[in-house]
Every structure is written in C-alpha cells, then in structure tokens.
Ligand binder design. Structure first.
Ligand SMILES: [Zn+2]
Length: 479
C-alpha cells in the first residue's frame, strides 16, 4: 500500500508536499531551494510546453535560445529592473580558476541580454515586429521555497517582443494574457481572473503588468502567468532605435510574458484530493490504465482479452496495460489514483465472459460497466466529461468563495489570523497607502484589477479610506 497522504482538512501544506513526493513528481535537491523534477513531473511539464508552444506559434512567435550568463553591468542599465532583482541575483565571480574581470549574473529573467541583441538586429521598421520566445531555466535566490510553487531555479518560457508602435505592443501584451487564460481554462481546467496588477505588484521595469490568478482549494490565490507592457524602458536602456516608415528614428516598444513550472503546483493544488493527484485529461501523460484481474488458471485468457482492448484503445488514447503480477489489483487501484490517471479500466474473468469491462473515473470515483466494443468511444466521452467536470467544479468552488465586500470590518474578518477567506471584490481608491494598509492588516493583496471595472466602481467608496473608488479590485492572500 502507498503511504498515507495527510488529508487536506488536517494540513493543506503537508497534503500538497505529500502528493508531490508520493506521486513522484519532484524531490528535494542537495542545493537548498532547488528541486529535482522527476520523470512524472517532467512529463506534465512536457504536456504544458507542447500545448503552449503550439499556441505561441499560432500567434506568430518563434523559439530561440539566449545564454544563461549576463554581464552584471547589463542588469544595472534599467534602474527599476536592477532594484527589483538585485536581492535575488546569484553572481559568478570566478571562472577557470581565475577571478573574472566583470562578474556575470545567472539570469533571473532575460530582458537585458535579449535587448542587448535586439540592438544589433533591429534597424528599420521592416525588422519589426520581432516575436521571440525561449524555453529556459532561470535562477532567483529565494529564501523560502516550496516544490514547484517557489524554487530558486525553475523552468519557464519567456516571450520578448519588439514593436514599432505602442498600440501594437499593448495589443501583444493583452493577446498573450489571453493565450494564458485560454490555456489555463481549456487545458488545465483552471478558471482564472485576469486583469492588471497595481503598481506595487508590477514587474520591475514594466509600465503595466497583467496577470491571471486562480483560486486554490485552501482559497488562496496563485498567480499563474504574467504579461508585461514594457513601454520603451528597455529600448532606451539598451539604445534600441529603428528608422520608422517616415524616415525618422524611434525607440522600439517592448513586451515580455512568462509562465513557469509553478503551473504544476497550481494544477496539484486546484484539483487533487486526499487519494492523490487528479490531472485533467488534456494534460495527463497517461489518460487510461487497464488493470487485468486474474488467477493462475485464467491468467492467459484475461491477459489476451485485455491485450486486445489495449491495442484498440492505443489508437485513440494514451493508455497503458499493467500486467505486472507482483502487485495485486487493489494495490494498483490505489497507486493509479495516487498518480492521477483519469480513467481506470478493470477487466476480470467475469467481465471477460460477459464481453464487458468496468470503467472508473478518477475525478468522481463513479464506476460503470460497458460492452467491450463500446470501450474506446466511452473512454473518449469520459475524458471529455472529466475535463469539463473538473473545470466546472473548480469554477463553482471559486465563485462560491468570491464575495462582494464593501466594509473594511467584514473584509478584515475574512482574513483574520490564519483565515484565508477566498477572494474579496472590494472598491479601492487607487492610493498605494490604502493598498499597503490592507496588506499590513490582513496579509491580503490586490491580485488583479479586472478589466472594465471602473463602471462597477462608480458611486462606491474605498474599502479603507472612504474616498471615491476607482476600481473594484480582487483581493486575496496569495502563494
Ligand atoms: Zn483609499
């Protein structure tokens, strides 16, 4: 039997780590704050990569690769950027046994090195737009880490685009935010709120940061992706200009956007249960498992029957046949629940004689008996039902835990002490002092300022100071 997972109700944090370790997704590394991504975790990352990569290419982007090491002086060229990242930088001072003339930082993000190259590549409006993405690792010296959710080194993608006009760059920023929202909802079955970040929460060096935010089962928020409008900040820092169509010289407009292996943490925290991982079928490396149930006297026939089904099902589904007889069927049921395989197919001697198989859904545990010829079609239906059902369940949970809160007393009550009362939609005047007071009093922060909510704010008064509200912000405690 697999070791027990701590129940969510008892300790949510322990439950999460138990799943990561027992489902063999990741492990602790000898270097504090780093993680080893094990094959099962990496297979999830590959599914995330392939889904997103297809969407990036459909929107006109190409992949490239830039170096891990960045001259330290590059980081200092954009004032806000260096101020934001300085505390998290790891710096290489020696190479080949000698002290380096100029220290090199290990990339915490790649704007600086990429814009130093864009200076060489962009001369004219004909060179624009430049739409590049890279899949890479980055390093940020984090002191408090948690597998997948916050680690010093992590894997991600970072898009860096260059445009001739502000309008185009702003469109790109929101287009990629839309790509992230679509991916989160349609692949990860994760409903998200999207919108702008307040100035206090935006990316160091950005003019505007936009994000998607999802609710986890402990009702905290998790930022699942960000897209930044960088204005001309990096073009000015690296002196990247182009000849416009009228013959004049302009600075280039920029965006950057990224998601990381943090998404795997989000996937676990949003959907899994006390029996283990629950994975939406579109991201499940294995979508179905066939578990034959046999005694010695009927082993050959049951395996042959199961093998025929496996061969048929393989044409349409990512399916494995577990015919290992070192483990009992009961052990296997528990194990595949732990690993989050969306559909289990049980085949015993009686099912074989009746020409049937038993299908069990991972998300609800519901069992049904199906004619063997109908299994491939029924599995396809179930995978689609599971995908939709997981999204609807997560959306209902989020909506049931999102509240309109206009009074600061009620608001404070929601987040008092250890309480993580979900999402509060509350009016805010736009003053950073009110935002800071909320954070100090409750640890809740503004997750996003949803689009087009100025109208909603009309006539309302700021939660904290009582001045006229400019936005209705979504506040929550966050990972
Ligand atoms: Zn205020």
């Amino acid at each position: 039997m697999a070791e027990q997972i701590t129940p969510r109700a008892e300790n949510y944090s322990d439950w999460y780590i138990d799943i990561v370790l027992r489902a063999r997704l990741a492990d602790y590394s000898p270097v504090k704050g780093c993680m080893v991504i094990r094959p099962r975790g990496y297979a999830l990352w590959e599914k995330i990569q392939s889904g997103l990569d297809g969407m990036f290419k459909e929107t006109g982007h190409q992949n490239a690769y830039f170096p891990l090491l960045i001259p330290e002086s590059f980081m200092r060229k954009e004032a806000e950027h260096v101020e934001g990242f300085a505390p998290e930088l790891a710096v290489v001072t020696h190479g080949g046994g000698e002290q380096l003339e100029e220290p090199l930082v290990i990339r915490p993000t790649s704007e600086t090195i990429i814009w130093s190259m864009y200076k060489k590549w962009i001369q004219s409006y004909r060179d624009l737009p430049l739409l590049i993405n890279q899949w890479a690792n980055v390093l940020r010296w984090e002191k408090r880490t948690r597998l997948f959710l916050r680690t010093a080194e992590f894997l991600w993608q970072e898009g860096h685009t260059a445009h001739a006009t502000e309008t185009e760059a702003r469109e790109e920023t929101l287009r990629m935010l839309g790509v992230y929202k679509t991916f989160a909802e349609e692949y990860m079955a994760l409903p998200v709120f999207s919108g702008a970040k307040s100035d206090a929460e935006k990316f160091a060096g950005a003019v505007n940061t936009y994000a998607i935010e999802a609710m986890m089962q402990d009702r905290k928020s998790l930022q699942a992706g960000t897209s930044h409008f960088l204005g001309q900040n990096f073009a000015k820092a690296f002196d990247v200009t182009f000849q416009n169509s009228e013959g004049g010289l302009d600075h280039v407009w920029a965006t950057s956007w990224g998601v990381s292996t943090r998404l795997i943490g989000a996937l676990i925290m949003a959907h899994s249960d006390d029996s283990g991982l629950v994975v939406p079928p579109r991201l499940a490396p294995t979508q179905a498992v066939i578990v034959p149930i046999f005694k010695n006297q009927n082993k050959a026939q049951v395996l042959e029957y199961a093998g025929r089904l496996h061969a048929r099902l393989k044409e349409s589904t990512s399916v494995i046949l577990d015919d290992d007889d070192n483990n009992s069927p009961g052990w296997k049921f528990t194990e595949y629940e732990m690993l989050g395989v969306p559909v289990r197919i049980e085949i015993g001697p009686r099912d074989m004689e009746a020409g049937k198989a038993v299908l069990v859904r991972r998300d609800t545990g519901v069992k049904e008996t199906v004619e063997i010829d109908r299994v491939p079609a029924r599995v396809a239906e179930l995978l689609s039902d599971i995908q939709n059902g997981m999204f609807e369940k997560a959306r209902k949970f989020r909506d049931d835990n999102t509240f309109e809160v206009d009074s600061y007393e009620t608001f404070k009550g929601m987040f008092e002490g250890e309480k993580t009362g979900g999402f509060a939609r509350s009016p805010w005047c736009g003053n950073p002092e009110c935002e800071a007071k909320v954070k100090e009093d409750t640890k809740a922060t503004i997750r996003v300022l949803p689009f087009d909510n100025e109208k909603e704010a009309g006539g309302k008064r700021c939660l904290v100071c009582g001045e006229p509200a400019r936005n209705v912000a979504i506040f929550a405690k966050a990972y």
